[in-house]
Design a binder for this molecule. Structure first.
Ligand SMILES: *Cc1c(COP(=O)(O)O)cnc(C)c1O
Length: 365
């Protein structure tokens, strides 16, 4: 069986480092926030060339706290891509605002920057580009539109950690960048974790308060906040993994290139890396009109694959109330019907990859 990702393989490749990080945390007696989290926050901020990072309980919370810190709520609209993980839409709704979808560019799967301006109304407060699959969104046009219309930019960088747009790291462009350390993400914890990053000291302070019940001073809530903190044990694990991130992302890129070399000539669509992009292949996504049959065929051959995502947010149950309907965002809908993720993770061997390639070739013919 070839899995989509193999988290155990990664653990075994750096077992000593992880074990010692975990054991030292157990001995430290500090389990929530504390020095290990502070150190990890500093390292992530400096890696992104930003001043502040705030460790949180998940990437979903990162989006929620970013929205809250920017005072986005009831009556506001937030522009998001029509194809993304539901959390991008769900978090906007959870603070009481309306997600306004914009279709994707079918080549890159990123928000189509040419369709953003027509979606802006007097209620629009922010744009959330998502660096979907690990390919960067086209940030310069997005930032220009945001400046022109006085909108905030929150980057959903859950899938793009390490990716670059014109040589600069994703997550470092917007007012706030949001990271997820969900185990399967390019930098994954052994549980949930997330982070917000920013250059704005006021926003950083606000998000620090929001993660602990709105406290500036202990027990004195200044607003209604959350319990959303990064565990020390996760920070220690992530810290141990961080030095490997670049080489893991390089490995993902090599494997993606190898997939492309073997699959590009077939009757399927292989992923594209724009000339302004450094893609980190959180997911290796192909597209086929016979997607479901291909997935079934691969499964019979013992090869896992997955659909990210079978339903675009605008057609989801919670978004029904906004009156979106089928046909509103054709490229997002096409992606939901045709995209398929093939096994790709840094520890995937060439032999395993050859098996996947052989199976796809056998199906497509
Ligand atoms: C994973 C993910 C999130 C949410 O992160 P969690 O840590 O799982 O809460 C948000 N947006 C996108 C695009 C994601 O892939």
């Amino acid at each position: 069986m070839i899995p989509l990702v193999d988290l155990t393989a990664q653990y075994h490749s750096i077992k000593k480092e992880i074990d010692s990080a975990v054991l030292s945390t157990l001995e430290s007696g500090h389990f929530i926030l504390g020095p290990k989290v502070t150190k990890f926050e500093e390292d992530i901020a400096s890696l992104l060339n930003l001043d502040f990072a705030v460790g949180l309980a998940s990437g979903t919370d990162a989006l929620v706290l970013a929205l809250r810190a920017l005072d986005i709520g009831a009556g506001d609209e937030v522009i998001i891509p029509a194809y993304t993980f539901f959390a991008t839409a769900g978090t906007v709704m959870s603070v009481g605002a309306k997600p306004v979808m914009v279709d994707i560019d079918p080549q890159t799967y990123q928000i189509d920057v040419n369709k953003i301006e027509v979606a802006i109304t007097s209620k629009t407060k922010a744009i959330i580009p998502v660096h979907l699959y690990g390919h960067p969104a086209e940030m310069n046009p997005i930032l220009e539109i945001a400046r022109k219309h006085n909108l905030k930019v929150i980057e959903d960088n859950a899938q793009g950690f390490g990716a670059e747009y014109l040589g600069k790291k994703t997550g470092s462009f917007g007012d706030i960048g949001c990271l997820s350390f969900f185990p399967t993400k390019n930098l994954g914890a052994f549980g949930d974790g997330g982070m917000v990053v920013t250059n704005d000291s006021k926003l950083a302070e606000r998000m620090r308060m929001l993660r602990t019940h709105g406290w500036k001073k202990k027990y004195y809530s200044e607003e209604v906040g959350y319990n959303s903190r990064l565990d020390a044990i996760q920070a220690a694990i992530l810290q141990a993994k961080l030095p490997h991130l670049d080489s893991w992302n390089d490995k993902r890129r090599e494997l993606a290139k190898r997939y492309n070399e073997h699959l590009a000539s077939l009757d399927i669509v292989t992923p594209l890396e724009k000339e302004w992009a450094k893609h980190v292949y959180h997911l290796y996504i192909i597209r086929s009109e016979k997607r479901d049959a291909l997935q079934k065929f691969l499964k019979e051959k013992g090869i896992a694959s997955e659909v990210y995502y079978p339903i675009p947010p605008h057609l989801s149950e919670p978004c029904k109330k906004f009156g979106y309907k089928e046909g509103d965002f054709p490229f997002a809908e096409q992606a939901s019907q045709e995209t398929l993720a093939l096994p790709l993770y840094p520890e995937l061997t060439e032999g395993q990859q050859d098996e996947v390639i052989g199976a796809v070739k056998a199906f497509v013919g």
